[in-house]
Write a protein that binds this ligand. Structure first.
Ligand SMILES: *Cc1c(COP(=O)(O)O)cnc(C)c1O
Length: 387
């Protein structure tokens, strides 16, 4: 057994990131400034979006996008139960009603046929999540959106670098929201980006992110600017700082390399685990795409074992292997059970996955021998607890 603990995720931070942060600290300009602008330009260039707004998190991006689209009381937003809580919490906090559509059993992405069934006269938007870095099936979602005059808001927290039919996520005619939390494909410590084709939406999000202020501080305090400003509307405080963007500036050029390494690791898991009856491995969608492999999420078929998923995770830990839970389905969380109960029979695939899913370690700096250690531990546990 390995002697040191293998975490399930770890950001790949090098000297360039470190030196750039130090440079910000020494410059005296640490909050929103020229480095945020550099990161914004580089990111929108990479994904192919005409407009991008850097923010303090993807959660902030979801919040402001819903506000900018004037979504609220009386509106319904269709999304997936297999997501991080913030996707759905932001809908609830906007005053709108989240409507959960079941996922496909293999990709764990939202099932477009189930989305179609949930559309009513109150539906305003669909929020697909590109689960684990694999693109949702966007073509039929955009067809539905056009037919019913709905907005598509892509929760692209897992999808920096993901492509759908040859086009990067971020370049579609929608709003897409990326996360730079340390577990995601690239990081800024904390951070997010809203990408869109819609200039006025980008302006609204931009205004809302910083007090509703007509011009940002760094422009006002630059030698060419004037310190005067106006409050156009009451806004929030969701700006990204230069010390965050300093990290992102050097993460972004490494993203394609990170994804290549993530794919190698996922392939290694797939080859090693494909014959294991007690696991159901993540499947690839049939359309052409680039999977960014943010997560590797097998389902543990607990019906074939004497232990449940929690015990399986503890056993991994006893082997010095970390694991993650992405995700317990939304309708299984306490607040949603109490306030918006949904019967498991309405969301059979998400309910099945929710009790069985776990995330095995996957990050660019993992070695082949780390992957072997995980595989060995998984085999040991299954052998020991097989029914
Ligand atoms: C991480 C994540 C978010 C939230 O991102 P933050 O930047 O942490 O706010 C939203 N949705 C999904 C699917 C995520 O994985």
């Amino acid at each position: 057994m390995r002697t040191d603990f293998l975490p399930f995720s770890k950001p790949a931070l090098g000297d360039e990131e470190i030196n750039e942060v130090v440079d910000s600290l020494r410059s005296g300009w640490i909050t929103t400034g020229p480095k945020v602008k550099r990161f914004e330009d580089a990111f929108k260039n990479y994904v192919g979006a005409p407009f991008a707004v850097p923010l303090s998190s993807a959660t902030a991006g979801l919040h402001l996008t819903l506000l900018a689209l004037k979504i609220g009381e009386g509106d319904e937003i269709i999304t997936t139960p297999m997501t991080f809580a913030s996707t759905v919490s932001m809908i609830v906090l906007s005053g709108a009603t989240p409507v959960l559509a079941d996922i496909e059993s293999g990709t764990l992405n939202i099932d477009v046929a189930r989305v179609a069934e949930k559309i009513t006269s109150r539906t305003r938007a669909i929020i697909p999540v590109h689960f684990a870095g694999q693109s949702s099936d966007l073509d039929p979602l955009f067809s539905l959106a056009r037919l019913h005059n709905l907005s598509i808001i892509e929760d692209a927290a897992h999808a920096a670098g993901t492509e759908y039919k040859g086009k990067r996520i971020g370049s579609f005619d929608s709003v897409s929201i990326f996360s730079f939390h340390p577990n995601k494909n690239i990081t800024t410590g904390e951070g997010g980006m809203v990408c869109t084709q819609d200039e006025s939406l980008a302006e609204d999000v931009s205004l809302l992110k910083f007090h509703g202020m007509s011009r940002e501080a760094w422009k006002r305090f630059a030698s060419s600017g004037s310190p005067n400003y106006d409050i156009m509307l009451p806004g929030y405080k969701y700006n990204m700082m230069d010390i965050q963007a300093a990290i992102g500036i050097h993460q972004l050029p490494r993203l394609d390399g990170f994804i290549n390494r993530r794919k190698e690791i996922a392939d290694q898991y797939n080859r090693a685990l494909e014959e294991v009856q007690e696991l159901s491995l993540p499947l690839l969608a049939p359309y052409q795409q680039r999977h960014a492999w943010h997560l590797y999420t097998p389902l543990i078929k607990t019906e074939l074992l004497t232990i449940d998923r929690e015990q399986f995770m503890s056993e991994l830990k006893a082997h010095n292997i970390g694991s993650g839970l992405h995700y317990k389905a939304i309708h299984h969380h306490a607040w949603y059970r109490k306030n918006m109960p949904v019967d498991d029979s309405e969301l059979p695939n998400a309910s099945y996955a929710s009790d069985r899913i776990l995330s095995l370690p996957l990050f660019p700096d993992m070695t082949d021998s780390d992957v072997d250690d995980v595989v060995t531990a998984v085999f040991d546990i299954i052998k020991k607890f097989r029914r």
